[in-house]
Design a protein around this ligand. Structure first.
Ligand code: 13P
Length: 246
C-alpha cells in the first residue's frame, strides 16, 4: 500500500488571521500517516511556509504560468513557486478551465513548467454534468490527460493526477466510490500505456469529499487520496479527512 496523499485546495479563501488559526489547528491535529499538503493563495505562500517550518505538512500553489519569466503581468512562474519552497502546484483545475478558458494544451504546458523547476503538478481532469449525462465522461478525461501525456512524454510518471467531476465540486454531490473508482481505473490504464511508473502514481479524487465519505472513497483500489476544497478550510474536517486516509 502506498501512502495516501491529501491536498487541501483553499481556493480564493482566507486571510492572514484565518490562515494562522487553520494552520495552528492542523499542526495540533497532525501528524498523520498520509502525506498532507495545503495549496494556498499566492499572497499567503511565504507566511504559510514560515508557519509550517519543521512540520510534516507540505504546501503549494493553485496555479502557475506556462512561461519561464518575462512580461506577463499578474502571472506567477513555477520558478518563483520553487523559490518559495512549494512542493506542489495545482494545474488545470476546472474553475480555471471554465473561468479562464484554459485549454488542455495550456494545462499541459503549465505542468511541464512546474516539473522543470522541481514542483510537482497536480493535474486536474473531470467532466461536467452535461458531459456525464451524454455518456462522454471517459472521452473527456482521457482527452484531458492525453494532452499532458503527449507533452511530458517520459516525465508523465512525475505528476499527480486528480479526477474532479465538475458536477461534484462544491455542490455536496459526491461521485459514489464506485463511480469514482471506475474513472480512476480508466485513467490508471491510460497512464499504464504511457509509463512503467503508472502503478506508483497518485490519482486523487476531488469533489465534495467530507469527513463522512472520505474513508469509503479512499478504500477504492485506484483512489490514492483526495483533493479537498470546502472541507479543507476547517481544521477539524480536514484533519478528519487526513485521518481517514490511513
Ligand atoms: P469541494 O471539496 O469544495 O467540492 O471542492 C473540490 C475541489 O475543487 C478541490 O480542488
Amino acid at each position: 500500500m502506498h501512502k495516501k496523499l491529501v491536498v487541501g485546495n483553499w481556493k480564493m479563501y482566507g486571510s492572514r488571521s484565518a490562515n494562522a488559526l487553520l494552520l495552528a489547528g492542523l499542526k495540533e491535529a497532525g501528524p498523520w500517516s498520509a502525506e498532507v499538503v495545503v495549496c494556498v493563495p499566492f499572497p499567503y505562500i511565504a507566511e504559510t511556509a514560515l508557519a509550517l517550518t519543521g512540520q510534516s505538512i507540505a504546501f503549494g500553489a493553485q496555479d502557475c504560468s506556462a512561461h519561464e519569466a518575462g512580461a506577463f503581468t499578474g502571472e506567477v512562474s513555477s520558478m518563483m513557486l520553487a523559490d518559495l519552497g512549494c512542493r506542489y502546484v495545482i494545474v488545470g483545475h476546472s474553475e480555471r478551465r471554465a473561468h479562464h478558458h484554459e485549454s488542455d494544451q495550456l494545462v499541459a504546458e503549465k505542468a511541464r513548467a512546474a516539473l522543470a523547476h522541481g514542483v510537482t503538478p497536480i493535474v486536474c481532469v473531470g467532466e461536467t454534468l452535461a458531459e456525464r449525462e451524454a455518456g462522454q465522461t471517459e472521452t473527456v478525461v482521457k482527452r484531458q490527460l492525453a494532452a499532458v501525456i503527449h507533452l511530458l512524454t517520459h516525465c508523465i510518471g512525475e505528476i499527480v493526477l486528480a479526477y474532479e467531476p465538475v458536477w461534484a465540486i462544491g455542490t455536496g454531490l459526491t461521485a459514489s466510490p464506485e463511480q469514482a473508482q471506475a474513472v480512476h481505473k480508466v485513467l490508471r490504464m491510460q497512464l499504464q500505456a504511457a509509463t512503467k511508473k503508472a502503478d506508483a502514481m497518485k490519482i486523487l479524487y476531488g469533489g465534495s469529499v467530507k469527513p463522512d465519505n472520505a474513508a469509503q472513497l479512499f478504500a477504492q483500489p485506484d483512489i490514492d487520496g483526495g483533493l479537498i476544497g470546502g472541507a479543507a478550510l476547517k481544521a477539524a474536517d480536514f484533519s478528519a479527512i487526513c485521518r481517514a486516509a490511513m
